[in-house]
Design a protein around this ligand. Structure first.
Ligand SMILES: [Zn+2]
Length: 394
């Protein structure tokens, strides 16, 4: 989703901050209600019921009532969508939002005249209670904008992202199949042998980040110096995120254009990221190692790439169960744990095929035959063990 820098006036910024606080407040209320739910209990309140409760809450909190009802209702609707995504197995469970970290709200029911251009580089959008807020017209604004999301990143910068469902990209029509493996050393490996790297921070920027983090540890709490260091760190991290998003955008477009069928590992990133910690009764094993790996995977931009591929090539992305893809020879099918000699090298114990380990896995994924311990039948089946949440429409 293309983002644009929003440049509110000081007065407008105060309104935007209120919207963020309200959206966060109702979102967290919804998270809390959901957390009481256990299998076997009557279902947690759905969107409609929550909207009724919101009306009640607004009557009780003048602070909430002073805000925009649309912004607050939309936060509930976003939460309902997040729960649906969670039950669909594609996303992590919606969690508590922290002030200053996950700040944002959505404006819906947008009319075409709510986004307009002022000059070559400036546009403005209509935001409830804030009025016309300017943004940098840094690239084409998609036609048919239905909603927009306003966010503030940790560096305190405001953005607006216009939601127009991306037009699906047609495949080449030649039946070409590609397998993609998430890498740790590389961001993604294609069965064609290509290794894709996301452009994160440069070595120099990484060094700088490390030094800043040490500085932060030494800075006195509440000091001006600490605040400044924190802001600089946030800016560096925001830069990394921007680059990763940019990379996922370009790589997904390229792949969607070149191949008809795109096979990816059926990896539930949400689950992985969550599983590291475990729960109180059942603490995770190898927590540190797993957390490290998860961080690497998120940083590699793989999750983002997979999501964008599904947007741009709807119906052309197939998820392949990923067991043993890294131990099985893509040449002869022989499986042996020692065939994967190192992080990057695969050498088959049976036929001697030597190939980059991630590319070998990508080829297995492309063939769709990396399935079970007994050896698969080459058929990819959708894995969907979790119940689907019926989204109430309103
Ligand atoms: Zn072999």
């Amino acid at each position: 989703m293309p983002r644009y820098r929003l440049v509110p006036t000081a007065t407008q910024e105060a309104v935007l901050r209120d919207h963020c606080a309200h959206a966060r407040f109702v979102w967290n209320l919804a998270v809390e209600q959901q957390s009481w739910w256990r299998p076997g209990r009557a279902s947690a309140p759905g969107y409609l019921e929550q909207c009724r409760q919101l009306t009640g809450a607004r009557a009780g909190y003048p602070w909430l009532a002073a805000g925009s009802q649309m912004v607050q209702q939309q936060a509930l609707r976003d939460f309902a969508q997040a729960m649906a995504n969670y039950f669909g197995g594609t996303h992590d469970r919606p969690s508590w939002r922290k002030a200053g970290r996950d700040e944002g709200f959505r404006v819906v029911a947008v009319k075409p005249e709510h986004v307009r251009r002022l000059s070559r580089r400036t546009g403005e959008v209509w935001i409830p209670k804030a009025g016309w807020v300017r943004f940098r017209w840094s690239r084409v604004v998609p036609a048919g904008v239905k909603s927009y999301r306003v966010t503030m990143d940790r560096a305190g910068r405001w953005h607006v992202a216009f939601a127009a469902v991306p037009a699906p990209i047609p495949g080449p029509g030649n039946g070409e199949v590609v397998g993609i493996d998430r890498g740790v050393a590389v961001s993604a490996a294609l069965s064609t042998g290509e290794l894709l790297h996301t452009s994160g921070l440069t070595a120099r920027e990484r060094g700088r980040l490390l030094r800043l983090e040490r500085k932060l540890a030494r800075a006195r709490r509440g000091s001006e110096r600490r605040r400044r260091v924190k802001l600089t760190i946030a800016r560096l991290k925001a830069r990394e995120t921007d680059r990763r998003k940019d990379w996922a955008e370009k790589a997904s477009t390229d792949i969607a254009r070149r191949f008809d069928i795109i096979r990816v590992e059926d990896l539930k990133i949400g689950n992985m990221t969550r599983s590291a910690k475990g729960t109180r009764g059942n603490p995770g094993r190898n927590v540190r190692a797993k957390a490290g790996l998860n961080r690497e995977i998120m940083r590699s931009g793989w999750g983002l790439l997979a999501l964008r591929l599904e947007d741009k090539a709807p119906g052309r992305v197939e998820k392949i169960p990923a067991a043993y893809t890294s131990q099985t020879c893509s040449g002869c099918g022989h499986r042996h744990p020692e065939s994967r000699e190192s992080q990057s090298r695969f050498r088959c114990r049976a036929c001697g095929l030597t190939v980059n380990a991630d590319v070998n896995a990508a080829r297995n994924i492309a063939a769709g035959h990396a399935v079970t311990a007994r050896g698969g039948d080459g058929v990819a089946r959708p894995v969907n063990r979790e119940p689907q949440l019926l989204l109430q429409s309103a």
